[in-house]
Design a protein around this ligand. Structure first.
Ligand SMILES: *Cc1c(COP(=O)(O)O)cnc(C)c1O
Length: 435
């Protein structure tokens, strides 16, 4: 099919995520991806683009990792899908074991679902039901951070803190408790004080605290002091509030260690993983829980967790997720990312000097700048940088005026070098044009 026919059909039928469709149809000439390999996307017109955000943060091992493709083919020939309802299969069992062995201490059981949103939904429902049937039915609300993002289901939207995403649903989703995010400079102490007061005053009504450890990704790669996480853990313990770590983005070495919780040396009661969990190959997720939570569902059939998605434990996803963990171990993915993270840190620190850059930050395999001017998701400056980067061979989708990279952890050094050059050149060129 020609590139043009694909785009015509697309514009006739497809409703794109997070996209103003009138603007898209009128003005956007989309990259039409033909194939993908390692850090590259290849357009139908033969151009290649470095995938600066690992296709929305999922392809942590690059596109079409040959070992993952091979395992997927083998598993497809054997069993594409069988349910986990009263049955099981080898790769799910092995994956459960492998996942718990790399998880923060105390997380002993795994509930599989489909994506980051459902991994969070599982954690929310498990927390509520846990308290409902273990003597504390008054614990019905959640506390989460301002600007938090936890996914797209109504439950996840209710605990989210990005106003633009919540506003259409005001009145239709329950009001939970939101506390200030510690991401702003000087924000740690006031954030801790308010959290402490909220837990003191409302702790009895709270089922769990939910947070993205150390980096609020969708807030624009906002990074905070891990000390906040340590205090949150202590306060949650004090007030018997469960702690849910949403590691959907931060897990699998994105911020340096395997889990961002490790920056603070804390273990949550429940942990959500998705995205890098399958190396970005298939939609599948997991929610890990402590022994205590798991045991809170034992006793009689009506105490069971009456929850499950059709594709729970999907063998294709499980086989790939298992191979991802093997690759992490055998190819020492996390250790090997260290020098790449250092290059990102150096390059983004240098960007802070550009006149169009208001602020710069980095952590692990994430680097981000705020451009000067309007902020928020609807700001346009990031899109001008996007166009510049595209013409230079990189897919650099911004979040409003936040321009960031979150490339595959195993991106070859020379490709990373080129990407960082493109980021700099693209930001410089919009300054030149607007100046
Ligand atoms: C992306 C994301 C989600 C939602 O994951 P989906 O797979 O898009 O449903 C949840 N939490 C965090 C922190 C995320 O970054």
């Amino acid at each position: 099919m020609s590139r043009e026919s694909i785009v015509t059909l697309d514009k006739r039928r497809i409703w794109h995520p997070y996209t103003a469709m009138d603007d898209y149809r009128a003005r956007v000439d989309p990259i039409v991806v033909d194939r993908a390999s390692g850090p590259y996307l290849y357009d139908l017109d033969g151009r290649s683009y470095i995938d600066a955000n690992s296709s929305w943060w999922v392809s942590s091992l690059g596109h079409n990792h040959p070992r993952l493709v091979e395992v997927l083919k083998r598993q497809a020939e054997r069993n594409c899908h069988s349910a986990l309802a009263g049955m099981t299969h080898e790769v799910a069992a092995l994956l459960g074991e492998a996942l718990c062995s790399v998880a923060p201490a105390g997380l002993e059981h795994v509930f599989f679902s489909d994506d980051g949103s459902t991994a969070v939904e599982v954690a929310l429902k498990a927390s509520l039901q846990y308290w409902a049937q273990n003597g504390r039915p008054s614990r019905k609300r959640f506390v989460s951070l301002e600007e938090a993002f936890h996914g797209e289901t109504l439950g996840a939207t209710a605990i989210g803190g990005v106003e633009l995403f919540r506003r259409p649903f005001a009145g239709a989703i329950p009001e939970h408790v939101r506390v200030p995010s510690p991401t702003r400079a000087g924000g740690l102490e006031p954030a801790v004080e308010i959290l402490s007061a909220v837990l003191r005053q409302q702790g009895e009504t709270l089922a769990a605290m939910v947070l993205e450890p150390v980096v609020q990704g969708a807030a624009g790669m906002q990074i905070y002091d891990p000390a906040y996480l340590r205090v949150a853990r202590e306060l949650c313990d004090q007030h018997e509030v469960l702690l849910i770590a949403d590691e959907v983005f931060t897990g699998y070495g994105r911020t340096g260690p395997m889990w961002a919780c490790e920056h603070a040396g804390v273990a949550p009661d429940l942990l959500c993983t998705a995205k890098g969990f399958t190396g970005g190959i298939l939609p599948m997720a997991a929610t890990l829980v402590s022994e205590r939570i798991f045991e809170g569902f034992l006793g009689s059939a009506d105490r069971a967790f009456h929850y499950g998605h059709s594709f729970c434990g999907n063998p294709l996803g499980a086989a790939v997720a298992l191979e991802v963990l093997r690759i992490y171990r055998e190819e020492r993915i996390i250790e090997a990312a260290g020098p790449r993270a250092a290059r990102i840190a150096a390059a983004f620190e240098a960007l802070a000097e550009l006149p169009s850059v208001a602020r710069s930050r980095s952590l692990g395999m994430i680097g981000a700048v705020d451009l000067c001017g309007d902020s928020g998701y609807l700001a346009r400056a990031g899109w001008r940088v996007y166009e510049e980067a595209r013409s230079r061979g990189a897919y650099l989708r911004p979040m409003g005026n936040v321009v960031y990279v979150a490339p595959p952890l195993n991106i070859p050094e020379d490709t990373l070098g080129r990407l960082l050059e493109i980021v700099r050149e693209s930001i410089e060129s919009i300054t030149a044009h607007s100046g």
